[in-house]
Design a binder for this molecule. Sequence first.
Ligand SMILES: [Zn+2]
Length: 139
Amino acid sequence: MAEITLSVTENQIDSLIRLTKEDLPNESCCLLVGRIVNDNEYCVEQVKIMENKMHSENSFQMDPDELREVYQWASNNSLDIVGVYHSHLDGSTPSSTDLIFMKLNPVIWLIYEVSGSRFRAFTLVQDILKEVKIKISRE
Ligand SMILES: [Zn+2]
């Protein structure tokens, strides 16, 4: 099976890191809006900052009204929700709670691990966790 890739720009990566640092020690979360080029290539065009309603260091929850707004905005602009971003203080793989929500939300899950200063991305393919390759472009 072909490798799945998530394309992001350096600017998007920088803003995710900045945002995450502002929210520390709590987890921050965003929706990644863009295009699914084909089944294996997801391209981020806009990062939509979401409030973490839990204000927690080890979980996040997006606001249903904010979610509805972003989905509406994406649909109006002929874009897709390609991914969910959130941060972890420690650990770069999805938690057991994340896995439950990944099943409900089968998009790309991008995680930034604060302690390791690294991004990793995952998705579920037929319920099996698969790592997604992150492709960072200069714009
Ligand atoms: Zn998590």
